[in-house]
Design a protein around this ligand. Structure first.
Ligand code: NAD
Length: 416
């Protein structure tokens, strides 16, 4: 939930405000406010103990005017159709803001993958793929991993889809194992995108990156990778955290050693001479760049006024509530929104799809150079627009995205 507003209501409100600001026609608003297709499937699955359980799965396809639908599939007990619908819309804007030729979609199965065996997960995944096989495809809708889904699950989807269609179709999913056509650099991609954006923010604000104090919430794939890459660029990572708490050092933390500690103890806390702090304290530390890379709604109306960072780079999806966003804008804190800051992952997914369709394999250097080019261009476009219209980077990003999608919808026309 986004404070007292649902995530979907928030996404629609954000869309309505941006659409009004750019004077989008009533007709286009009506088209873009709703998903093009919503599919709910019942998935009978035989469990290891012989019991038959019926799970519910979803695939929501928001818009395909700019290209095939693109978006992850999550396995989680709290997955709802409303959440998947909101995330599908977010994917349309995310792909448009970095200007990759995809539309937006999202999928999910209501299940508790932590309590399921690999064999059960495989049966459920193959059943789900069968159920949606006619609405996905390399030129139609390309799923990817999301919460609690991974490269193995993508391999099962690709295999099931390929068997149904009678031909090998690696481009039907991204985030696959490298052995099956996955791209080099996919694991690092989101963190790399965050690091590139942070570097561009430092140039924009005229603050040197070398020695800049960085605070990161979350030390998973994105948080760790952002920390490591920013340390390599000369930043001082002064605090990091995970769900068990955080650590702070006046000087800087050694990112690789923090990772070793996390691997050994299960958490980043209790590391060397660093001070243990709470996640709440971490967010309010004095720093140059604050990077929320964990969960949603961590900066709210309650703590927004206490944020002392010069800029916030949203690596996580939705870490700032709408009320907090307004407070931060009034305080003059630059917020780079999730649809731009965390777009590195979907951008490299696009590169994976291109490699699959052209039967080529790019080196990690090629992937990273292309990612850098895309991220810098998107950042410049968004910040230029924010300056021109005197709006927040979030409003500018969504506006840039909506304009691109609306232009495509308009050019396609309405038929029949
Ligand atoms: P992850 O599961 O690898 O890591 C999440 C981290 O957050 C872990 O360190 C976990 O301990 C920590 N965490 C969980 N609950 C917390 C809490 N209450 N307080 C503080 N820390 C907490 O996930 P990830 O792939 O790194 O994704 C992180 C965020 O980035 C998510 O919001 C995700 O949607 C977003 N994102 C990820 C990608 C990607 O490519 N992985 C792409 C776009 C956006």
């Amino acid at each position: 939930m986004m404070s007292n507003m649902s995530f979907l209501s928030y996404m629609i409100r954000q869309f309505d405000e941006a659409a009004q600001a750019i004077g989008l026609s009533h007709d286009l608003c009506d088209v873009l406010r709703k998903p093009e297709r919503t599919v709910t499937v019942s998935l009978p699955c035989r469990m290891d103990n012989g019991e038959l359980r019926v799970f519910t799965g979803y695939r929501v396809q928001h818009n395909s005017a700019r290209g095939p639908y693109k978006g992850g599939i999550r396995y989680h007990p709290d997955v709802t159709l409303e959440e998947v619908t909101a995330l599908a819309m977010l994917m349309t804007w995310k792909c448009a803001v970095v200007d990759i030729p995809f539309g937006g979609a999202k999928g999910g199965i209501r299940c508790d993958p932590k309590g399921m065996s690999q064999a059960e997960l495989e049966r459920l995944t193959r059943r789900y793929t069968m159920a949606i096989a006619n609405i996905i495809g390399p030129y139609l809708d390309i799923p990817a991993p999301d919460i609690y889904t991974d490269a193995q699950i993508m391999a099962w989807i690709m295999d099931t889809y390929s068997k149904i269609k009678g031909e090998l179709a690696p481009a039907v999913v991204t985030g696959k194992p490298i052995a099956l056509g996955g791209s080099e650099g996919r694991n690092e991609a989101t963190g790399m995108g965050v690091a590139i954006i942070t570097r561009e923010v430092s140039k924009y604000l005229g603050k040197p990156l070398k020695g800049a104090k960085v605070v990161i919430q979350g030390f998973g794939n994105v948080g760790y990778m952002s920390a490591k890459l920013l340390q390599d660029m000369g930043c001082r990572i002064i605090a990091v955290s995970d769900s068990k708490g955080g650590i702070y050092s006046n000087e800087q933390l050694h990112v690789e050693k923090v990772l070793e500690n996390k691997k050994m103890t299960g958490s980043v806390v209790n590391y060397g001479k660093a001070k243990n702090i709470t996640n709440e304290e971490l967010l309010e530390l004095e720093c140059d760049f604050l990077i929320p890379a964990a969960i949603e709604n961590v900066i709210t109306a309650k703590n927004a006024d206490n944020i002392k960072a010069s800029a916030i780079i949203e690596a996580a999806n939705g870490p700032i509530t709408p009320e907090a966003d307004r407070i931060l804008f009034e305080k003059g804190i630059l917020v780079v929104p999730d649809i731009l800051a965390s777009a590195g992952g979907v951008t490299v997914s696009y590169f994976e799809w291109v490699q699959n369709l052209t039967r080529t394999k790019w080196s990690v250097e090629e992937v990273m150079a292309n990612l850098e080019r895309k991220m810098i261009k998107a950042f410049d476009e968004v910040l230029r627009s924010a300056k021109e219209y005197e709006v927040s980077a979030r409003q500018a990003a969504i506006t840039v995205a909506i304009k691109r999608v609306a232009e495509a919808v308009k050019a396609l026309g309405n038929w029949p």
